[in-house]
Design a protein around this ligand. Structure first.
Ligand SMILES: Cc1cc2nc3c(=O)[nH]c(=O)nc-3n(C[C@H](O)[C@H](O)[C@H](O)COP(=O)(O)O)c2cc1C
Length: 195
């Protein structure tokens, strides 16, 4: 898929919840997490940390933690060949000073960007992924030993899709509903071009 364009990858990507019984190799994991390493971050703090779980007993236990708040997560998640635990280690110097001044947590944003880099890099090579935002962090910590200063931001299921990824037209809002030109009431593309 060397010549796939970004637009094609964005259309290929979908949340995959059914996987082939095929492991994700060290090389494949390294290749997709490399895309996270290159992501932008606030003040270049790179607060992301990733722990890949491939052991079937641990996967089962992580899937239970993933289903604690959203039971439908359990069945399919326990069959994923790999779950990446995506964490933030906020920088004391930068996030410690800046976050209290803001209404949003920049380290969480940094990790979310990096996770989506993984998702898109995975789609480029045909690997399926699914973000998991519903999980019980305390239960995850009982399965996987994580430093106290790491905060779990998301889980990412990764594996070879049962049905290969193919381009699709996803169910999405129109551009005019989400993008505005010069003010919130002027949908982009519907105002007259400026002279
Ligand atoms: C932050 C975040 C959290 C999500 N949490 C879950 C989840 O807990 N379980 C799940 O099955 N899907 C989860 N999803 C996947 C969304 O349901 C999915 O992205 C959305 O329905 C659009 O479908 P698509 O990804 O196939 O385009 C999550 C997605 C994001 C971005």
């Amino acid at each position: 898929m060397g010549n796939t364009t970004f637009a094609e990858i964005a259309r290929l990507r979908r949340s995959v919840r059914k996987f082939e019984d095929r492991p994700v190799t060290d090389e494949e994991l390294a290749a997709i997490i490399e895309a996270a390493r290159l992501a932008p971050s606030s003040n270049n703090t790179q607060p992301w940390r990733f722990v890949a779980i491939r052991d079937s007993e641990k996967i089962e236990a992580v899937a239970r933690a993933g289903a604690a708040l959203l039971p439908i997560n359990k069945g399919w998640l326990s069959k994923a060949p790999c779950i990446i635990i995506c964490c933030a280690e906020p920088s004391k110097v930068f996030h410690g000073i800046v976050n209290p001044m803001l209404s949003i947590d920049l380290a969480t944003i940094d990790v979310a960007i990096a996770v989506e880099h993984i998702v898109l890099a995975a789609a480029e090579i045909g690997l399926g992924t699914c973000w998991i935002g519903w999980f019980d962090e305390k239960k995850i910590r009982k399965v996987v030993d994580l430093p106290a200063k790491w905060k779990v931001i998301a889980l990412l299921a990764v594996g070879w899709p049962e049905r290969p990824l193919e381009e699709r037209v996803p169910n999405r809002k129109l551009l005019s509903e989400i993008a505005f030109d010069g003010g919130h009431d002027r949908p982009l593309g519907q105002s007259k071009n400026r002279e």
